[in-house]
Design a binder for this molecule. Sequence first.
Ligand SMILES: [Zn+2]
Length: 276
Amino acid sequence: MPELPEVETIRKSLLELVKGEIITKVDVYWPKIIKRPADLLQFKESLQNEKITDIKRKGKFLIFELDHYSLVSHLRMEGKYGVYPAETEKDKHTHVIFHFESGHTLRYHDVRKFGTMHLFPKGEASYAMPLIQLGPDPFEVNYSLSTIYPKIKKSSRAIKNILLDQTVISGLGNIYVDETLFRSSIHPLRKGRTLTEEEVMVILQEAQATLAEAVEQGGTTIRSYVNSHGDIGMFQQELFVYGQTGSPCKKCGSEIEKFKLSNRGTHICPSCQRIS
Ligand SMILES: [Zn+2]
């Protein structure tokens, strides 16, 4: 599943590839991906003659800004975008094709078909599902102790689950929550209400730093992943705990352990992250 840094890397790369393109036609081969409007014909007609002016991001959502509309896209498990010449044969996992005046096409490919697209008249996307439910993104101005600490303080859930809750902070997934908690020396099972303001401040800073480093790394790695077909691949930064089970902790040398929390693989250093 792409995490925020991958989505940000995809956003930047896609923007270079499609900014200024004018949509002439949209083909939809798997209508369930289009969640709004309910009428598929309306979706296709609305996009005709629209120019892609920008691509934004909130959490793990990509937002294609058009002349009169915003298209909110979530890749979910395995969604991918690629830019191809119009004559390229359609692959069986390609579910949406945006045809451009230039002769290029933007294709949405999704083996699992879990991805979603919502189209809104310009200015309305932030005030409706799915974006309205999202908490602040670590790169937004309202990402602060005063907006987030009260939500953590009143919760008796494990801090890891709170951080994964997109209504508290948007954009943190399993990998970066494990990394953030390690870097903050906080055990994932600590309950929200037991955390001090200082501890939450450290968590917020480490979450932002972890993501910023990953975005920076993705920005340099991504070029080698944009192949001749315009496919945009994923990268993997060096991680402290995620996927490091059995390896020595980079801070103290103890063995990194893995356990299940709410059915998710959770990675910790038992010495650096103590429960009490
Ligand atoms: Zn350690």
